[in-house]
Design a protein around this ligand. Structure first.
Ligand SMILES: Cc1ncc(COP(=O)(O)O)c(C=O)c1O
Length: 480
Protein backbone atom coordinates (compact mmCIF):
# COMPACT_ATOMS: atom_id res chain seq x y z
CA UNK A 1 0.00 0.00 0.00
CA UNK A 2 2.93 2.31 0.56
CA UNK A 3 3.38 2.45 -3.17
CA UNK A 4 0.33 4.74 -3.21
CA UNK A 5 1.99 7.35 -1.04
CA UNK A 6 3.34 10.24 -3.05
CA UNK A 7 7.03 10.58 -2.29
CA UNK A 8 10.49 10.35 -3.77
CA UNK A 9 10.08 6.65 -4.47
CA UNK A 10 6.77 6.92 -6.26
CA UNK A 11 7.36 9.88 -8.56
CA UNK A 12 7.00 7.73 -11.66
CA UNK A 13 3.74 6.17 -10.48
CA UNK A 14 2.42 9.64 -9.67
CA UNK A 15 3.34 10.87 -13.14
CA UNK A 16 1.60 7.93 -14.80
CA UNK A 17 -1.54 8.07 -12.67
CA UNK A 18 -2.05 11.81 -13.04
CA UNK A 19 -1.29 11.68 -16.76
CA UNK A 20 -3.87 8.94 -17.19
CA UNK A 21 -6.42 11.05 -15.34
CA UNK A 22 -5.57 14.12 -17.39
CA UNK A 23 -5.93 12.09 -20.60
CA UNK A 24 -9.41 10.95 -19.54
CA UNK A 25 -10.56 14.46 -18.76
CA UNK A 26 -9.04 15.82 -21.98
CA UNK A 27 -10.80 13.11 -24.00
CA UNK A 28 -14.08 13.81 -22.24
CA UNK A 29 -13.80 17.56 -22.83
CA UNK A 30 -13.05 16.93 -26.49
CA UNK A 31 -16.10 14.76 -27.04
CA UNK A 32 -18.61 16.70 -24.92
CA UNK A 33 -21.25 17.86 -27.36
CA UNK A 34 -23.73 19.17 -24.84
CA UNK A 35 -23.25 20.70 -21.39
CA UNK A 36 -25.15 17.80 -19.85
CA UNK A 37 -26.36 14.36 -20.82
CA UNK A 38 -29.69 14.97 -19.12
CA UNK A 39 -29.19 12.00 -16.82
CA UNK A 40 -31.78 11.75 -14.07
CA UNK A 41 -31.16 11.12 -10.38
CA UNK A 42 -33.04 7.85 -10.71
CA UNK A 43 -30.80 6.67 -13.51
CA UNK A 44 -27.53 7.72 -11.87
CA UNK A 45 -28.11 6.88 -8.22
CA UNK A 46 -28.19 3.05 -8.66
CA UNK A 47 -24.89 3.18 -10.55
CA UNK A 48 -23.27 4.84 -7.55
CA UNK A 49 -25.17 2.75 -5.01
CA UNK A 50 -23.88 -0.42 -6.62
CA UNK A 51 -20.30 0.43 -5.84
CA UNK A 52 -18.97 -1.32 -2.75
CA UNK A 53 -16.47 1.02 -1.14
CA UNK A 54 -15.12 -1.86 0.92
CA UNK A 55 -14.06 -3.70 -2.24
CA UNK A 56 -11.37 -1.58 -3.86
CA UNK A 57 -10.36 -2.08 -7.46
CA UNK A 58 -6.60 -1.90 -6.75
CA UNK A 59 -6.12 -0.51 -10.23
CA UNK A 60 -6.03 3.09 -11.40
CA UNK A 61 -7.26 2.34 -14.90
CA UNK A 62 -10.22 0.36 -13.58
CA UNK A 63 -11.04 3.15 -11.10
CA UNK A 64 -10.96 5.68 -13.93
CA UNK A 65 -13.21 3.48 -16.06
CA UNK A 66 -15.65 3.35 -13.19
CA UNK A 67 -15.37 7.10 -12.68
CA UNK A 68 -16.25 7.60 -16.31
CA UNK A 69 -19.48 5.74 -15.65
CA UNK A 70 -20.48 7.42 -12.39
CA UNK A 71 -19.23 10.95 -12.93
CA UNK A 72 -17.27 12.09 -15.96
CA UNK A 73 -19.80 11.10 -18.62
CA UNK A 74 -22.77 12.78 -16.94
CA UNK A 75 -21.18 15.73 -15.16
CA UNK A 76 -22.39 19.26 -15.89
CA UNK A 77 -19.71 20.86 -18.05
CA UNK A 78 -19.15 24.57 -17.52
CA UNK A 79 -16.71 24.80 -20.41
CA UNK A 80 -19.51 24.12 -22.89
CA UNK A 81 -20.72 27.28 -24.67
CA UNK A 82 -24.34 26.42 -23.94
CA UNK A 83 -23.88 26.18 -20.20
CA UNK A 84 -25.56 29.48 -19.36
CA UNK A 85 -26.89 28.89 -15.87
CA UNK A 86 -25.13 29.88 -12.68
CA UNK A 87 -22.06 31.91 -11.82
CA UNK A 88 -19.66 29.17 -12.91
CA UNK A 89 -16.90 30.00 -15.30
CA UNK A 90 -14.87 27.87 -17.64
CA UNK A 91 -11.42 27.64 -16.11
CA UNK A 92 -8.09 28.74 -17.56
CA UNK A 93 -5.36 26.16 -18.06
CA UNK A 94 -2.65 27.91 -15.98
CA UNK A 95 -5.03 27.76 -13.00
CA UNK A 96 -5.72 24.06 -13.54
CA UNK A 97 -1.98 23.52 -13.62
CA UNK A 98 -1.72 25.44 -10.36
CA UNK A 99 -4.42 23.17 -8.92
CA UNK A 100 -2.43 20.08 -9.85
CA UNK A 101 0.69 21.48 -8.22
CA UNK A 102 -1.01 22.66 -5.06
CA UNK A 103 -2.73 19.37 -4.34
CA UNK A 104 0.45 17.38 -4.90
CA UNK A 105 2.65 19.56 -2.71
CA UNK A 106 -0.32 19.97 -0.36
CA UNK A 107 0.89 23.00 1.57
CA UNK A 108 -1.45 24.18 4.27
CA UNK A 109 -1.58 27.91 4.52
CA UNK A 110 -2.44 28.18 8.17
CA UNK A 111 1.11 28.54 9.41
CA UNK A 112 4.44 29.47 7.95
CA UNK A 113 5.88 26.15 9.08
CA UNK A 114 3.33 24.29 6.91
CA UNK A 115 3.73 26.47 3.88
CA UNK A 116 6.73 28.81 3.63
CA UNK A 117 6.67 30.32 0.12
CA UNK A 118 2.95 29.64 -0.29
CA UNK A 119 2.27 32.09 2.53
CA UNK A 120 4.26 34.81 0.80
CA UNK A 121 2.64 34.13 -2.56
CA UNK A 122 -0.82 34.39 -1.01
CA UNK A 123 0.16 37.62 0.75
CA UNK A 124 1.47 39.11 -2.47
CA UNK A 125 -1.77 38.27 -4.28
CA UNK A 126 -3.80 39.83 -1.48
CA UNK A 127 -1.67 42.99 -1.70
CA UNK A 128 -2.03 42.99 -5.48
CA UNK A 129 -5.81 42.69 -5.33
CA UNK A 130 -6.11 45.27 -2.55
CA UNK A 131 -4.05 47.68 -4.64
CA UNK A 132 -6.34 47.11 -7.63
CA UNK A 133 -9.30 47.89 -5.36
CA UNK A 134 -7.47 50.95 -4.05
CA UNK A 135 -7.78 50.11 -0.37
CA UNK A 136 -4.64 51.95 0.69
CA UNK A 137 -1.39 51.06 2.45
CA UNK A 138 -2.87 49.45 5.56
CA UNK A 139 -4.96 46.94 3.61
CA UNK A 140 -4.79 43.21 4.09
CA UNK A 141 -6.95 40.13 3.65
CA UNK A 142 -6.92 36.40 3.26
CA UNK A 143 -8.05 33.76 0.80
CA UNK A 144 -11.31 32.01 1.69
CA UNK A 145 -13.40 29.13 0.41
CA UNK A 146 -15.84 31.40 -1.44
CA UNK A 147 -17.98 34.50 -1.41
CA UNK A 148 -20.19 33.14 1.35
CA UNK A 149 -17.27 32.77 3.71
CA UNK A 150 -15.79 36.11 2.64
CA UNK A 151 -19.08 37.86 3.38
CA UNK A 152 -19.36 36.07 6.72
CA UNK A 153 -15.88 37.12 7.76
CA UNK A 154 -16.41 40.71 6.65
CA UNK A 155 -19.60 40.92 8.68
CA UNK A 156 -17.88 39.33 11.66
CA UNK A 157 -15.31 42.14 11.58
CA UNK A 158 -18.05 44.73 11.13
CA UNK A 159 -19.95 43.32 14.11
CA UNK A 160 -16.87 43.55 16.31
CA UNK A 161 -16.03 47.05 15.10
CA UNK A 162 -19.58 48.16 15.92
CA UNK A 163 -18.63 47.58 19.59
CA UNK A 164 -22.18 47.00 20.70
CA UNK A 165 -22.98 45.15 23.89
CA UNK A 166 -26.22 43.94 22.34
CA UNK A 167 -26.51 42.04 19.07
CA UNK A 168 -30.23 42.85 19.13
CA UNK A 169 -29.44 46.47 18.34
CA UNK A 170 -27.32 45.81 15.27
CA UNK A 171 -28.63 46.44 11.79
CA UNK A 172 -27.18 45.52 8.39
CA UNK A 173 -28.44 47.35 5.31
CA UNK A 174 -28.30 45.73 1.94
CA UNK A 175 -30.41 45.72 -1.20
CA UNK A 176 -33.21 43.33 -2.04
CA UNK A 177 -31.01 42.00 -4.84
CA UNK A 178 -28.02 41.13 -2.65
CA UNK A 179 -26.79 37.59 -2.08
CA UNK A 180 -28.53 35.41 0.50
CA UNK A 181 -25.24 34.86 2.30
CA UNK A 182 -25.78 38.29 3.88
CA UNK A 183 -28.85 36.96 5.70
CA UNK A 184 -27.15 33.68 6.46
CA UNK A 185 -24.08 35.42 7.89
CA UNK A 186 -26.21 37.65 10.08
CA UNK A 187 -27.90 34.61 11.60
CA UNK A 188 -24.59 32.81 12.08
CA UNK A 189 -23.25 35.90 13.82
CA UNK A 190 -26.07 35.84 16.31
CA UNK A 191 -28.00 38.78 14.91
CA UNK A 192 -31.78 38.75 15.19
CA UNK A 193 -33.88 37.99 12.07
CA UNK A 194 -34.87 41.66 11.74
CA UNK A 195 -31.21 42.73 11.70
CA UNK A 196 -30.89 42.59 7.92
CA UNK A 197 -32.82 45.39 6.28
CA UNK A 198 -33.35 44.68 2.59
CA UNK A 199 -33.63 48.01 0.80
CA UNK A 200 -35.58 48.58 -2.41
CA UNK A 201 -33.82 48.73 -5.75
CA UNK A 202 -34.29 51.05 -8.71
CA UNK A 203 -35.25 49.96 -12.21
CA UNK A 204 -31.69 48.90 -12.86
CA UNK A 205 -31.73 46.71 -9.75
CA UNK A 206 -29.36 48.99 -7.83
CA UNK A 207 -29.84 49.90 -4.19
CA UNK A 208 -31.93 53.05 -3.75
CA UNK A 209 -29.61 55.30 -1.80
CA UNK A 210 -32.46 57.62 -0.82
CA UNK A 211 -33.96 54.67 1.03
CA UNK A 212 -30.57 53.87 2.55
CA UNK A 213 -30.19 57.44 3.82
CA UNK A 214 -33.64 57.32 5.38
CA UNK A 215 -33.02 53.96 7.02
CA UNK A 216 -29.66 55.01 8.42
CA UNK A 217 -31.22 58.10 9.98
CA UNK A 218 -34.14 56.10 11.37
CA UNK A 219 -31.76 53.48 12.73
CA UNK A 220 -29.91 55.98 14.90
CA UNK A 221 -33.13 57.73 15.87
CA UNK A 222 -34.51 54.41 17.10
CA UNK A 223 -31.44 53.85 19.27
CA UNK A 224 -30.19 51.08 17.00
CA UNK A 225 -26.68 50.66 15.57
CA UNK A 226 -26.03 50.61 11.80
CA UNK A 227 -23.41 47.88 11.92
CA UNK A 228 -22.79 47.63 8.18
CA UNK A 229 -23.98 48.46 4.74
CA UNK A 230 -23.44 45.62 2.27
CA UNK A 231 -23.27 47.02 -1.23
CA UNK A 232 -23.16 44.60 -4.12
CA UNK A 233 -20.88 45.07 -7.10
CA UNK A 234 -22.50 42.56 -9.41
CA UNK A 235 -25.74 41.15 -8.04
CA UNK A 236 -26.23 37.44 -8.59
CA UNK A 237 -29.28 37.82 -10.79
CA UNK A 238 -28.80 41.10 -12.61
CA UNK A 239 -25.10 41.89 -12.34
CA UNK A 240 -26.20 45.30 -11.13
CA UNK A 241 -23.71 47.44 -9.26
CA UNK A 242 -24.98 49.49 -6.35
CA UNK A 243 -24.06 53.21 -6.40
CA UNK A 244 -20.79 52.78 -4.52
CA UNK A 245 -19.72 56.46 -4.21
CA UNK A 246 -23.06 57.53 -2.70
CA UNK A 247 -23.11 54.52 -0.38
CA UNK A 248 -19.56 55.33 0.72
CA UNK A 249 -20.59 58.89 1.59
CA UNK A 250 -23.53 57.68 3.64
CA UNK A 251 -21.37 55.13 5.45
CA UNK A 252 -18.83 57.83 6.29
CA UNK A 253 -21.57 60.16 7.51
CA UNK A 254 -23.07 57.52 9.80
CA UNK A 255 -19.84 55.84 10.88
CA UNK A 256 -20.98 52.58 9.34
CA UNK A 257 -18.79 49.76 8.04
CA UNK A 258 -19.01 49.55 4.26
CA UNK A 259 -18.70 46.09 2.82
CA UNK A 260 -18.70 45.60 -0.94
CA UNK A 261 -19.66 42.16 -2.14
CA UNK A 262 -17.77 42.08 -5.44
CA UNK A 263 -17.90 38.28 -5.66
CA UNK A 264 -19.12 38.58 -9.23
CA UNK A 265 -18.01 42.07 -10.25
CA UNK A 266 -14.38 41.60 -9.19
CA UNK A 267 -13.47 40.74 -12.78
CA UNK A 268 -13.82 44.45 -13.46
CA UNK A 269 -10.66 45.00 -11.42
CA UNK A 270 -8.69 43.70 -14.40
CA UNK A 271 -10.97 44.83 -17.21
CA UNK A 272 -9.21 47.04 -19.75
CA UNK A 273 -12.46 48.90 -20.52
CA UNK A 274 -14.84 48.67 -17.55
CA UNK A 275 -12.81 49.25 -14.37
CA UNK A 276 -14.66 52.56 -13.83
CA UNK A 277 -17.84 50.62 -13.03
CA UNK A 278 -16.26 49.84 -9.66
CA UNK A 279 -15.49 53.48 -8.84
CA UNK A 280 -16.19 54.04 -5.16
CA UNK A 281 -15.12 50.53 -4.11
CA UNK A 282 -11.89 52.06 -2.82
CA UNK A 283 -13.85 53.53 0.10
CA UNK A 284 -14.91 50.12 1.37
CA UNK A 285 -13.87 48.79 4.76
CA UNK A 286 -14.03 45.27 3.37
CA UNK A 287 -14.47 43.66 -0.02
CA UNK A 288 -15.36 40.16 -1.20
CA UNK A 289 -13.74 38.96 -4.42
CA UNK A 290 -14.47 35.58 -5.98
CA UNK A 291 -11.76 34.71 -8.42
CA UNK A 292 -13.74 31.53 -9.11
CA UNK A 293 -16.46 33.60 -10.73
CA UNK A 294 -14.96 36.25 -12.98
CA UNK A 295 -11.24 35.44 -12.97
CA UNK A 296 -11.83 32.04 -14.62
CA UNK A 297 -10.42 30.13 -11.65
CA UNK A 298 -11.41 26.65 -10.51
CA UNK A 299 -13.49 26.38 -7.34
CA UNK A 300 -12.44 27.43 -4.72
CA UNK A 301 -10.70 30.75 -5.06
CA UNK A 302 -11.97 33.75 -3.15
CA UNK A 303 -10.69 36.41 -0.79
CA UNK A 304 -11.87 38.89 1.76
CA UNK A 305 -9.96 42.15 1.81
CA UNK A 306 -9.94 44.85 4.46
CA UNK A 307 -8.92 48.49 4.44
CA UNK A 308 -7.33 48.21 7.89
CA UNK A 309 -5.27 45.09 8.56
CA UNK A 310 -5.78 45.59 12.29
CA UNK A 311 -9.46 44.69 11.98
CA UNK A 312 -8.50 41.13 11.08
CA UNK A 313 -7.53 40.67 14.74
CA UNK A 314 -11.19 39.89 15.40
CA UNK A 315 -10.57 36.52 13.76
CA UNK A 316 -7.33 35.88 15.67
CA UNK A 317 -7.00 33.15 18.27
CA UNK A 318 -3.75 31.68 19.48
CA UNK A 319 -2.95 28.05 20.18
CA UNK A 320 0.33 26.96 21.71
CA UNK A 321 0.56 24.03 19.33
CA UNK A 322 0.01 26.10 16.21
CA UNK A 323 0.35 29.85 16.28
CA UNK A 324 1.52 30.94 19.71
CA UNK A 325 1.31 34.59 20.60
CA UNK A 326 5.10 34.86 20.55
CA UNK A 327 5.11 33.91 16.82
CA UNK A 328 3.24 37.12 16.07
CA UNK A 329 5.77 39.05 18.16
CA UNK A 330 8.54 37.40 16.13
CA UNK A 331 6.72 38.49 12.97
CA UNK A 332 6.30 34.92 11.72
CA UNK A 333 3.58 35.16 9.06
CA UNK A 334 0.90 32.73 10.22
CA UNK A 335 -2.09 33.26 7.97
CA UNK A 336 -4.34 31.37 10.40
CA UNK A 337 -4.25 34.54 12.51
CA UNK A 338 -6.47 36.14 9.83
CA UNK A 339 -8.63 33.25 8.74
CA UNK A 340 -11.80 31.50 9.87
CA UNK A 341 -10.26 28.26 8.65
CA UNK A 342 -7.31 26.38 10.12
CA UNK A 343 -6.00 23.87 7.60
CA UNK A 344 -6.38 25.74 4.33
CA UNK A 345 -5.66 24.98 0.70
CA UNK A 346 -3.09 26.97 -1.25
CA UNK A 347 -5.80 28.16 -3.64
CA UNK A 348 -3.85 31.32 -4.29
CA UNK A 349 -1.42 29.34 -6.44
CA UNK A 350 -4.04 29.06 -9.20
CA UNK A 351 -4.36 32.82 -9.47
CA UNK A 352 -0.60 33.16 -9.27
CA UNK A 353 -0.05 30.84 -12.22
CA UNK A 354 -2.80 32.63 -14.13
CA UNK A 355 -1.26 36.04 -13.63
CA UNK A 356 2.25 34.78 -14.39
CA UNK A 357 1.19 33.04 -17.62
CA UNK A 358 -1.68 35.16 -18.95
CA UNK A 359 -1.35 38.44 -17.13
CA UNK A 360 -4.15 40.40 -15.49
CA UNK A 361 -5.21 42.07 -18.70
CA UNK A 362 -5.61 38.70 -20.39
CA UNK A 363 -8.13 37.73 -17.71
CA UNK A 364 -9.83 41.12 -17.92
CA UNK A 365 -10.21 40.82 -21.68
CA UNK A 366 -12.01 37.50 -21.27
CA UNK A 367 -14.39 39.09 -18.79
CA UNK A 368 -14.93 42.03 -21.13
CA UNK A 369 -15.86 39.60 -23.89
CA UNK A 370 -18.67 38.07 -21.87
CA UNK A 371 -19.93 41.52 -20.86
CA UNK A 372 -19.97 42.51 -24.55
CA UNK A 373 -21.79 39.29 -25.37
CA UNK A 374 -24.44 40.10 -22.74
CA UNK A 375 -25.04 43.44 -24.47
CA UNK A 376 -25.60 41.67 -27.77
CA UNK A 377 -27.86 39.14 -26.07
CA UNK A 378 -29.84 41.98 -24.55
CA UNK A 379 -30.40 43.53 -27.98
CA UNK A 380 -31.56 40.17 -29.27
CA UNK A 381 -34.04 39.74 -26.43
CA UNK A 382 -35.26 43.34 -26.48
CA UNK A 383 -36.22 43.05 -30.15
CA UNK A 384 -37.80 39.61 -29.93
CA UNK A 385 -41.53 39.83 -29.14
CA UNK A 386 -41.49 36.30 -27.71
CA UNK A 387 -39.53 37.54 -24.70
CA UNK A 388 -39.56 40.13 -21.98
CA UNK A 389 -36.09 41.10 -20.71
CA UNK A 390 -35.84 42.77 -17.33
CA UNK A 391 -32.84 45.06 -17.41
CA UNK A 392 -29.91 46.02 -19.61
CA UNK A 393 -26.95 44.14 -18.14
CA UNK A 394 -24.12 45.95 -16.38
CA UNK A 395 -22.11 42.73 -16.39
CA UNK A 396 -22.99 39.43 -18.02
CA UNK A 397 -26.40 38.18 -16.92
CA UNK A 398 -29.72 38.38 -18.74
CA UNK A 399 -33.00 37.88 -16.90
CA UNK A 400 -35.94 37.31 -19.20
CA UNK A 401 -39.03 35.26 -19.77
CA UNK A 402 -41.08 33.92 -22.57
CA UNK A 403 -44.32 35.84 -23.00
CA UNK A 404 -46.66 33.99 -25.30
CA UNK A 405 -48.94 36.57 -26.91
CA UNK A 406 -51.93 34.33 -26.78
CA UNK A 407 -51.68 33.74 -23.03
CA UNK A 408 -52.56 36.37 -20.49
CA UNK A 409 -52.85 34.30 -17.34
CA UNK A 410 -49.62 35.13 -15.45
CA UNK A 411 -49.51 31.79 -13.71
CA UNK A 412 -49.68 29.92 -17.04
CA UNK A 413 -46.83 32.06 -18.28
CA UNK A 414 -44.92 31.18 -15.11
CA UNK A 415 -45.52 27.50 -15.69
CA UNK A 416 -44.51 27.70 -19.33
CA UNK A 417 -41.17 29.22 -18.31
CA UNK A 418 -40.63 26.72 -15.51
CA UNK A 419 -41.42 23.93 -17.93
CA UNK A 420 -39.08 25.29 -20.58
CA UNK A 421 -36.18 25.42 -18.13
CA UNK A 422 -36.81 21.88 -16.92
CA UNK A 423 -37.26 20.48 -20.41
CA UNK A 424 -34.07 22.16 -21.56
CA UNK A 425 -32.16 20.68 -18.63
CA UNK A 426 -33.60 17.24 -19.30
CA UNK A 427 -32.53 17.48 -22.94
CA UNK A 428 -29.04 18.56 -21.95
CA UNK A 429 -28.95 20.84 -25.01
CA UNK A 430 -28.34 23.88 -22.83
CA UNK A 431 -28.60 24.81 -19.17
CA UNK A 432 -30.17 28.05 -18.02
CA UNK A 433 -31.01 29.31 -14.55
CA UNK A 434 -34.26 30.60 -13.13
CA UNK A 435 -35.24 33.27 -10.67
CA UNK A 436 -38.22 35.34 -9.59
CA UNK A 437 -38.85 38.99 -10.36
CA UNK A 438 -41.75 40.71 -8.61
CA UNK A 439 -43.15 37.30 -7.71
CA UNK A 440 -43.09 35.94 -11.27
CA UNK A 441 -40.87 33.21 -12.69
CA UNK A 442 -38.09 34.30 -15.01
CA UNK A 443 -35.22 32.60 -16.74
CA UNK A 444 -31.60 33.67 -16.52
CA UNK A 445 -28.48 33.43 -18.63
CA UNK A 446 -25.25 33.92 -16.75
CA UNK A 447 -22.68 34.45 -19.48
CA UNK A 448 -19.17 33.65 -18.33
CA UNK A 449 -17.87 31.72 -21.30
CA UNK A 450 -16.10 33.76 -23.99
CA UNK A 451 -16.68 30.81 -26.35
CA UNK A 452 -20.43 31.37 -26.23
CA UNK A 453 -21.62 33.25 -29.31
CA UNK A 454 -24.69 35.31 -30.16
CA UNK A 455 -25.73 32.38 -32.32
CA UNK A 456 -25.65 30.14 -29.25
CA UNK A 457 -27.86 32.63 -27.43
CA UNK A 458 -30.28 32.81 -30.34
CA UNK A 459 -30.39 29.03 -30.63
CA UNK A 460 -31.06 28.57 -26.92
CA UNK A 461 -33.82 31.19 -27.05
CA UNK A 462 -35.44 29.22 -29.87
CA UNK A 463 -35.20 26.04 -27.80
CA UNK A 464 -36.80 27.80 -24.84
CA UNK A 465 -39.60 29.20 -26.95
CA UNK A 466 -40.12 25.76 -28.48
CA UNK A 467 -40.45 24.11 -25.07
CA UNK A 468 -42.77 26.86 -23.81
CA UNK A 469 -44.86 26.48 -26.96
CA UNK A 470 -45.04 22.77 -26.48
CA UNK A 471 -46.22 23.30 -22.92
CA UNK A 472 -48.91 25.69 -23.94
CA UNK A 473 -49.85 23.81 -27.05
CA UNK A 474 -49.79 27.18 -28.55
CA UNK A 475 -47.74 28.98 -31.12
CA UNK A 476 -45.69 31.97 -30.24
CA UNK A 477 -45.19 34.85 -32.53
CA UNK A 478 -41.73 34.93 -34.03
CA UNK A 479 -39.56 37.97 -33.98
CA UNK A 480 -40.82 40.54 -36.41
C1 LIG B 1 -22.99 38.43 -5.24
C2 LIG B 1 -22.58 37.13 -4.64
N1 LIG B 1 -22.04 37.11 -3.43
C3 LIG B 1 -21.66 35.97 -2.83
C4 LIG B 1 -21.83 34.76 -3.45
C5 LIG B 1 -21.44 33.49 -2.75
O1 LIG B 1 -20.28 33.00 -3.30
P1 LIG B 1 -19.83 31.47 -3.11
O2 LIG B 1 -20.82 30.66 -3.89
O3 LIG B 1 -18.46 31.45 -3.66
O4 LIG B 1 -19.88 31.16 -1.65
C6 LIG B 1 -22.39 34.73 -4.73
C7 LIG B 1 -22.59 33.43 -5.41
O5 LIG B 1 -23.18 33.35 -6.46
C8 LIG B 1 -22.78 35.94 -5.34
O6 LIG B 1 -23.35 35.96 -6.55
Amino acid sequence: MRSHLLNDLTAERYRRAVTEGVERVAAQLARTEKPFTGVTVDALAPRIDRIDLDRPLHDTTAALDELQDVYLRDAVYFHHPRYLAHLNCPVVIPAVLGEAVLSAVNSSLDTWDQSAGGTLIERKLIDWTAARVGLGPAADGVFTSGGTQSNLQALLLAREEAKSDSAAKLRVFTSQASHFSVQKSARLLGLPPEAVVALPVDRDQRMRTVALAQELRACRADGLIPMAVVATAGTTDFGSIDPLPEIAELCAEHGTWMHVDAAYGCGLLVSPTRRHLLDGIEHADSVTVDYHKSFFQPVSSSAVLVRDAATLRHATYHADYLNPRRAAAERIPNQVDKSLQTTRRFDALKLWMTLRVMGAEGVGRLFDEVCDLAQEGFRLLATDPRFDVVVEPALSTLVFRCIPRTVTDPSRIDHANLYARKALFASGDAIVAGTKVAGRHYLKFTLLNPETTVDDIAAVLDLIAGHAEQYLGDSLDRAS
